[in-house]
Write a protein that binds this ligand. Structure first.
Ligand SMILES: *[C@@H]1O[C@H](CO)[C@@H](O)[C@H](O)[C@H]1NC(C)=O
Length: 342
């Protein structure tokens, strides 16, 4: 007696006998293809939505802050004790940059990846993604002033607050350029070769590249004058509620090498001449609201499925027309059963 006979024959979900189903390899492949296309489209659309549309607008810069920091990290090929730094702005305010900077004796090396003696190269504006990824505010480490170590080069770094007007940060040698009664460093001791690790305005984002970052200049002349002219444009980035204020600058360089020192014609030194544009650049990305985006995505994908369906059916019809019924249904014949049931 089989107690389970009743249960065995009971099936809540009646199934088509497997003999009667037709396996279509073509159908399977095209479904897979469709799924792939759908995923791909969804991915592309999603990316587009996240990136948004980038708008750049100029406006009059009416920011009220009138002091902003300049971040400097530079190595000059002269002992610190030779060096004189200063900031002079159009209001004739002299900022004793020395008060804010750290001076450390070290050796002079131009790191391999740095651009050496390239002037006026093309400068590119950082991409939105770079800004978002690399805007980590930082501060210079605390340094120990050790200017008298006798090391051949001097590492100068720090953040100097300046008035937001045209100005000139310069590095000269003691006794040159000013009518100060400082002991003049002998001309033989001068070397204005330098390596710039950082030169930026505003909040210090060490990972954002500025035109002068990672550049170097090496001169074989003792009396050399380097001038960097930098128009600075305040630039604000907006994305997803985050706002990042930066200052971008472009760069024009001038360098002069002299055989001898002449107090009128040739003041050796490194000058960073900056000026703030009255314009402000705002870069923001707009995106449609999330709900609208979802509706759009569903519409697109739905349309895709319908089109694909039509295409598939059309293709089938075409095959039938062209090669007859046998060809079109090839590959979808009933598989021969191995088991001989009954
Ligand atoms: C300055 O220093 C650099 C690096 O040590 C050197 O290559 C260059 O010849 C020096 N220039 C002068 C004028 O001594």
């Amino acid at each position: 007696m089989d107690k389970f006979r009743g249960i065995r024959s009971f099936d809540a979900f009646p199934k088509t006998d497997s003999q009667h189903t037709v396996r279509s390899r073509r159908g399977g492949a095209s479904t897979l293809f469709l799924v792939f296309i759908i995923l791909f489209m969804a991915y592309v659309e999603m990316g587009d939505w996240i990136d948004g549309q980038i708008n750049q607008t100029f406006s009059v810069d009416n920011a009220h802050e009138d002091v902003l920091p300049i971040n400097i990290d530079i190595v000059v090929a002269m002992p610190c004790s030779f060096i004189h730094t200063n900031i002079l702005d159009v209001t004739n305010d002299r900022t004793l940059a020395t008060d804010y900077l750290t001076f450390e004796g070290r050796t002079f090396v131009v790191p391999e990846a740095y651009l050496e003696n390239t002037a006026n190269r093309v400068i590119k504006t950082p991409e939105f993604d770079d800004i978002m990824r690399e805007s980590l505010v930082a501060e210079f480490r605390q340094g120990f002033d050790d200017p008298n170590s006798g090391a051949p080069a001097c590492h100068i770094f720090g953040t100097i607050p300046v008035t937001k007007v045209q100005g000139d940060f310069h590095i000269t040698a003691k006794g040159y350029g000013y009518r100060d009664f400082m002991a003049r460093i002998p001309v033989d001791g001068l070397n204005f070769s330098h390596v710039i690790n950082e030169f930026s305005f505003g909040d210090f984002y060490p990972y954002l590249d500025n035109p002068l970052d990672f550049t170097a200049k090496v001169s074989e002349n003792h009396v050399t004058s380097y001038r960097y002219f930098m128009p600075v444009v305040p630039t604000t980035y907006h994305r997803l509620g985050i706002e990042i204020d930066t200052y971008q600058y472009s760069l024009t360089e001038q360098e002069k090498h002299f055989e001898a020192y002449d107090s009128f014609a040739s003041t050796p030194g490194i000058h960073f001449k900056y000026d703030f544009e009255a314009l402000k650049l705002t870069i923001d990305d707009d995106r449609i609201p999330f709900f609208t985006f979802i509706v759009r995505l569903v519409t697109i994908l739905g349309g895709l499925i319908i089109c694909f369906n039509w295409l598939y059916r059309g293709l089938d019809k075409l095959l039938v027309l062209a090669f007859g019924k046998r060809f079109a249904s090839r590959g979808s014949e009933k598989p021969k059963s191995l088991l001989n049931d009954e």
